[in-house]
Ligand binder design. Structure first.
Ligand SMILES: Cc1cc2nc3c(=O)[nH]c(=O)nc-3n(C[C@H](O)[C@H](O)[C@H](O)COP(=O)(O)OP(=O)(O)OC[C@H]3O[C@@H](n4cnc5c(N)ncnc54)[C@H](O)[C@@H]3O)c2cc1C
Length: 457
């Protein structure tokens, strides 16, 4: 089978490549290969009743399938170069922002219209933060919410399904490169194409490593982010979340001069489990639909850990810390802030007596037995700093869930076109190690589609 262009992975990166290619050059023959299911078949069996924990499905519906890892996410599209990836280092700051705005316009056209765009521009909180040694990062945030995010994906699929050949439940095993032609190998089938866009995200990281090794493409990896998810009454942060929705705040610790940052803020949201390769970590969601909202707000506090020679396995380090929490708690551990600073574990009774009702059933325990001291000290310092701009953050009953881990893909060696040394082979999205967010991954997809079209013209 011959295609002009093959796309591997139907996450935001792959979807926006396909969208842009079919919009601008409808006569091109484009295929999308996706290891996971089509959108309507994506269903995680954990229902909290019959199935309480991960049963290790062959294809994880949370991470894989049409929509990628972001399909059931909170759908926060952060339009900024300040976080979410380093796409701007390759394509320039202005172009990166323009493409993120373009992605936003498409999301609005396909069902997102009416959702709110928040912005830090002109916010009074910048000054308040800096007065307390905190830095508020610049961003506009489109919050689609889990429900509308799904609708947008459905509409994009309906737009694409007759213009692109989709191959679901089709993990690509290998890419072969010979004489300027790429062969995509899946099971017994071989598909040839002139250009190949690889957008396999976090779940495809190991596979990506193998492809890079086989095709002699250099990679590097040295970072993992570790921390906790904080849950507190929504009113404590409402002055910030009402105006900004998500505030990305950075604090530089006095003790170690480490940066601790807030991540993935979910006003009126819920704390959820996340299963990565059998290791249970914590994350958060929130819904646009008011009927599904809670009285709590949650966000992560993370510390980035960079390793130097001779250690290369930063993700392995993060996994080991997460495994420790799973060993002690059978999954995620929850602890009251008051118990943590008093050096004692939380118990079911202390949590029940507290003023914050947990939205995730986690095991009460002691996070100081899990997280490295340096990281935990930084998190405690930041909670006290946040207490100055959002009084109540450092209350005894504030809940901390651990651990939250952000794994990073290794960075693939790419040029300013996001192209490998094999001309015509592009790597985009989180699988490239360059992006870590919906907006950056989507923007990289549009960028590469346009680059390919310009070269084919
Ligand atoms: C629970 C959760 C919540 C999140 N919330 C947010 C948020 O609110 N805002 C935000 O900016 N980001 C969020 N993220 C991160 C965001 O989802 C990712 O940054 C984004 O999805 C990356 O897009 P991508 O296309 O690069 O990769 P992915 O979305 O990971 O898609 C890659 C696709 O490739 C497929 N694939 C992998 N290997 C192969 C193979 N060998 N053959 C064929 N297919 C393959 C996978 O099945 C997958 O569907 C969240 C992530 C999670 C897990």
């Amino acid at each position: 089978m011959q295609y002009d262009i093959a796309i591997i992975g139907a996450g935001p990166g792959g979807i926006f490549s396909a969208y842009e290619l079919t919009k601008r050059a409808p006569s091109l023959k484009v295929a999308v290969f996706e290891a996971g299911h089509s959108l309507e078949k994506r269903r995680c069996p954990i229902d909290g009743k019959k199935v309480k924990s991960c049963i290790g499905c062959k294809s994880c519906s949370i991470m894989s399938g049409f929509g990628g890892a972001g399909a059931f996410s909170d759908g926060k599209y952060n339009i900024t170069n300040d976080f979410g990836g380093t796409l701007y280092e390759y394509i320039g700051r202005q172009q990166a922002l323009d493409l993120m705005h373009y992605v936003d316009e498409i999301n609005m056209l396909y069902g997102g219209e009416g959702t709110k765009l928040y912005s830090t521009a002109g916010s009074q909180f910048k000054k308040l933060c800096i007065q307390h040694k905190l830095k508020l990062l610049d961003a506009s945030v489109r919050h689609l919410g889990t429900d509308i995010n799904y609708v947008v994906l459905q509409n994009l699929y309906n737009e694409l399904k007759d213009k692109v050949d989709f191959y679901f439940d089709t993990p690509v095993q290998a890419i072969e490169a010979k004489n300027g032609v790429f062969t995509v190998v899946c099971g017994g089938a071989h598909y040839e194409c002139e250009q190949c866009i690889v957008s396999v995200g976090r779940s495809g990281s190991k596979w990506m490593e193998g492809v890079c090794h086989a095709l002699d493409i250099p990679t590097k990896s040295n970072r993992v982010d570790l921390g906790v998810r904080v849950e507190l009454p929504a009113v404590v942060f409402s002055h910030l979340t009402d105006e900004l929705y998500e505030s990305k705040i950075v604090y530089r610790t006095e003790k170690f001069e480490d940066n601790v940052r807030t991540f993935c803020m979910n006003p009126h949201g819920i704390v959820v489990n996340e299963n990565t390769n059998g290791i249970v970590t914590v994350n958060g969601h929130s819904y646009e639909d008011e009927a599904m909202q809670t009285e709590n707000t949650n966000f992560a506090l993370l510390v980035a850990k960079h390793f130097s020679e001779p250690f290369h396995d930063s993700n392995g380090y993060g996994e080991s810390v997460a495994r420790l929490s799973n060993m002690l708690g059978g999954g995620v551990i929850v602890q009251r802030f008051g118990d943590l600073v008093r050096g004692r574990r939380s118990t079911v009774k202390r949590i029940e007596e507290g003023l914050v009702t947990p939205t995730l059933a986690a095991t009460p325990g002691d996070l100081s037995l899990v997280l490295p001291k340096r990281i935990l000290d930084g998190i405690i310092e930041m909670i006290y700093a946040l207490d100055k701009i959002a009084p109540g953050t450092a209350n005894d009953d504030t809940l901390l869930y651990g651990v939250e881990v952000k794994f990073y893909n290794m960075e693939v060696a790419l040029d300013e076109h996001l192209e490998t040394a094999h001309r015509g082979l592009y790597v985009i999205g989180d699988g490239s190690g360059i992006t870590h967010s919906l907006s950056h991954a989507s923007a990289s997809g549009v960028f590469v589609a346009r680059d390919i079209l310009a070269k084919r013209a």
